[in-house]
Design a binder for this molecule. Structure first.
Ligand SMILES: Cc1cc2nc3c(=O)[nH]c(=O)nc-3n(C[C@H](O)[C@H](O)[C@H](O)COP(=O)(O)OP(=O)(O)OC[C@H]3O[C@@H](n4cnc5c(N)ncnc54)[C@H](O)[C@@H]3O)c2cc1C
Length: 233
């Protein structure tokens, strides 16, 4: 395990995940060895074994402390405020589709909820109601980040369902404009890109890349429940 004291690893390939990556992440006194998938969740045990095999000798001799699997919380929870309880971060389902980003949104939603609740309390004179928290924290959060979630959801649906679409995405990312928009969107946490000419060109390139990707990509592995899996994208 010494190998991982100063090292994190990411693995890609159909053996560890058809649509995500496998990882070995060092923690304080242990390592997390994991993988993820949206499209083939029933096979998670097979992918977990594959990532352990890939890490191989580097984790051999280690004691298994816990084996677990969880859904990525990338759907808003149906109720994010109940009475005077407000959910934030993963508990609220704030991980974005496509990028799987949750740290910023966890910190931001935590701060936003706290600031709104403190302000509603008027220096301790008032207990905020559910409706007041919804009208402040939820309304502001959704107003600011709602469009980002919608765009990333669409991107995931277009570019993640199979190898052809994923190859198209890789091809598209060679474009400087796509790189700039992606970088800026990560930096500012809202979807950037408002150059109509470049956006029009991007639409054309997207269609071209999708046609090429679908024609040339390696066929997908068989999934045990393709219909249910596709619904999860
Ligand atoms: C493999 C992987 C890769 C990721 N990569 C990225 C990435 O590159 N970028 C990114 O932005 N996001 C990434 N994420 C998502 C990100 O880690 C989460 O969205 C983020 O950590 C959520 O923060 P949180 O504070 O809401 O929840 P958490 O980080 O889960 O914090 C919740 C805390 O509550 C503690 N807790 C639980 N129950 C109790 C209890 N009963 N009493 C007291 N404490 C309790 C837990 O121990 C935990 O420390 C990744 C997630 C995974 C799994």
């Amino acid at each position: 395990m010494k190998f991982y004291e100063e090292m994190a690893e990411m693995y890609v390939g159909d053996d560890v995940s058809p649509d995500f990556y496998g990882w070995v992440f060092p923690k304080y006194d242990h390592v997390g060895v994991g993988t993820g998938t949206v499209v083939n969740r029933p096979a998670i045990k097979q992918y977990q074994k594959a990532i352990r095999d890939r890490a191989g000798d580097k984790i051999s001799g280690g004691k298994i402390i816990k084996v677990e699997a969880h859904p990525i919380p990338e759907h808003y929870r149906p109720r994010r405020v109940q009475g005077r309880i407000a959910l934030v971060g993963d508990a609220a389902g704030y991980v974005t589709k496509c990028s799987g980003e949750g740290i910023y949104f966890a910190a931001k939603s935590g701060r936003m909820a706290a600031q709104e609740i403190v302000s509603l309390m008027k220096g301790g004179q008032h207990l905020p109601t559910q409706s007041e928290i919804e009208q402040t924290y939820l309304k502001k959060y959704d107003g600011k980040y709602g469009p980002t979630y919608v765009v990333l959801d669409i991107l995931q649906k277009v570019f993640y369902p199979n190898n052809g679409a994923r190859e198209a995405f890789v091809e598209l990312c060679k474009s400087k404009y796509v790189q700039q928009v992606t970088f800026d969107s990560y930096l500012y946490k809202t979807v950037q890109g408002n150059n109509p000419l470049d956006d029009l060109k991007l639409l054309g390139d997207t269609i071209g890349c999708l046609i090429k990707g679908y024609a040339n990509a390696k066929p997908d592995q068989e999934f045990s429940n393709p219909i249910e899996s596709q619904k999860r994208i």
